[in-house]
Design a protein around this ligand. Structure first.
Ligand SMILES: Nc1ncnc2c1ncn2[C@@H]1O[C@H](COP(=O)(O)OP(=O)(O)O)[C@@H](O)[C@H]1O
Ligand SMILES: [Mg+2]
Length: 307
């Protein structure tokens, strides 16, 4: 029997110790004749910086990552509206746009305000609709994302996490970039996430990528709280007929596969798109709309899961 383990450590003694002990335990399992443990070693992601990041986030009760495999599936829309819905339930909420290549928080929250730095070099999130907002894009000028690559992205992400002063929050929602690149890996490895939400459309191409995102969280033992199927269907305003534009049932099937709940199905909705473009998430603009009700149900399910 062969077992492969991945470890993050700087201590040269740790891998050998774990290898020996694991092999010993495996040998004693009835039916196992021989056991070999192979170990992959990765350097820990942040070294000393991790402690500072943990300290900076110490006042935050729950950190939730909103992720997707593909871009353009509505991840930022879902993250923003869930954040607003959580705030409306009486919680203190922060929302952080971690997509340096395509940040959208300024647009979706109708603010061009820039965050301020304190004397001791901490960055204070800006406030809008009673939410604390921050974007990794705020700290870059318009040309720099294109030249941030590989290790620089990792360093930049860590520096960002060290500097932002979130204060006391019940929920911090992280809007991750699409996919499983350097920013996502740095965040899942350095921040103690309470759980992740995966956003997908019902289309097979989106679902395949959603699976990859879910696997990334599984690898670092972050529970996937559930799936949100966005752009699930469209109800024609003229005749009330329902159209499954991107197919149907995909989110449900994928949720079953991942053994995670399907937290909600958000239809394609013109008012939702318009509200987002106008700088006020639909839940903040019209909390009575059917789409807002769905976002509030999703937020309630998240609150319940994190209790
Ligand atoms: N349920 C929806 N109905 C209508 N438009 C939507 C919906 N979800 C997202 N959009 C629109 O689709 C575009 C992409 O959404 P966005 O949230 O920026 O995606 P992502 O963050 O995944 O790239 C935006 O213009 C947004 O307003
Ligand atoms: Mg986005």
């Amino acid at each position: 029997m062969k077992v492969q383990l991945a470890l993050a450590t700087n201590d040269p003694n740790v891998p050998a110790t774990i290898k020996n002990e694991a092999e010993k335990v495996l040998h004693d399992v009835p039916g196992v004749r021989s056991a070999k443990v192979l170990i992959d070693i990765h350097a820990p992601p942040a070294g000393a910086g991790t402690a500072v990041i943990a300290q900076r986030l110490a006042g935050v009760r729950h950190i939730i990552a909103v992720a997707s495999g593909k871009g353009g599936v509505g991840k930022s829309t879902v993250a923003a509206n869930i954040a607003v819905a959580l705030e409306q339930s009486g919680a203190r909420v922060g929302l952080c746009d971690c997509d340096i290549y395509g940040p959208s928080i300024s647009l979706m929250f109708g603010t061009r305000e820039r965050p301020m730095a304190t004397d001791d070099n901490k960055i204070v999130p800006i406030e809008q609709y009673n939410l604390k907002l921050m974007s990794m894009g705020f700290l870059l000028d318009d040309t720099s994302p294109a030249i941030l690559r590989g290790p620089m992205v990792t360093r930049y992400t860590q520096q960002f996490l060290r500097q932002v002063d979130w204060g006391e929050l019940d929920y911090l929602v992280l809007d991750l970039p699409p996919g499983t690149g350097d920013i996502q890996l740095t965040i899942v490895q350095t921040v103690a996430l309470s759980g992740a939400i995966i956003v997908t459309t019902p289309q097979e191409v989106a679902l395949i990528d959603a699976r990859k995102a879910a696997t990334m969280f599984e690898k670092v033992n972050v529970p996937v709280l559930g799936l949100v199927e966005n752009m699930s269907y469209f109800v024609s305003p003229s005749d009330g007929k329902r159209y499954d534009i991107f197919g149907s049932g995909g989110g449900e099937r994928e949720a079953k596969r991942l053994r995670a709940p399907l937290l909600g199905q958000v239809p394609i909705d013109i008012a939702t798109r318009e509200a987002g473009d106008r700088g006020i998430p639909i839940v903040a603009e019209d909390r009575k709309s059917p789409v807002s009700a769905e976002f509030c149900r999703i937020a309630a399910a998240i609150r319940e899961k994190l209790k």
